[in-house]
Design a protein around this ligand. Structure first.
Ligand code: FMN
Length: 179
């Protein structure tokens, strides 16, 4: 399964997790970058506001064409219990090109369920699987085992899709009203 991992990371947590997922999936990895300064208190406040208001941002073009892969695994941080603006922009801009998708995110404590719903709405694709880790879980020795489970889940779901058809996971979905 030709796989691409795409992530945005402001402070490195999601980047670290993306690296482990990419190794587990034997995948290419690529990072979303935007032109906005997000350092310090002002950067924090600006980021939180953008996410809460579901704003987009300007992101740089990515090296890889998503449509050349069987699976694209997209991840980013939870901001204000919402999808971060760089990941939102990536998913909206590449919705038509995305093959099967899976999502992951990192967070202080809470917000992943809402973020996964917003990711699904942003690209109109139902994920094969999702994977969320808190900062504490990222620092735990149990992390590699959890990543392994996520990777196995992706392989198993992909296999089921190949046998029974893609309709269950690949079909575009109507936006949810509760995100
Ligand atoms: C603007 C902003 C808002 C955040 N809001 C939340 C939140 O609502 N819930 C939460 O659990 N963590 C929140 N966090 C913490 C991040 O989700 C967490 O630190 C994440 O791992 C950062 O990932 P990164 O290092 O890849 O940028 C927020 C962080 C920022 C910068």
């Amino acid at each position: 399964m030709k796989t691409l991992v795409v992530c945005y990371s402001r402070t490195g947590h999601t980047r670290m997790l993306a690296g482990q997922i990419a190794v587990g999936m034997n995948a290419e990895i690529e990072e979303i970058t935007d032109r906005v300064t997000r350092r310090g208190l002002l950067g924090y406040l600006r980021s939180g506001k953008e996410a809460w208001l579901r704003r987009r941002t300007k992101i740089l073009p990515l090296r890889n064409d998503a449509s050349a892969f069987d699976l694209v695994i997209v991840g980013g941080p939870v901001w204000s219990a919402s999808l971060s603006s760089p990941v939102r922009t990536y998913l909206e801009d590449h919705a038509a090109a995305l093959p099967q998708v899976a999502f992951f995110c990192t967070m202080g404590r809470v917000g992943s369920d809402r973020v996964f719903r917003q990711m699904q709405d942003a690209c109109g694709r139902r994920p094969l699987a999702t994977f969320a880790r808190t900062e504490r879980q990222l620092a735990s020795p149990a992390l590699p085992r959890a990543v392994e489970t996520f990777v196995s889940q992706l392989h198993a779901t992909h296999l089921l899709d190949a046998v029974y058809g893609r309709a269950a996971t690949h079909a575009p979905v109507a936006p949810s009203r509760i995100s």
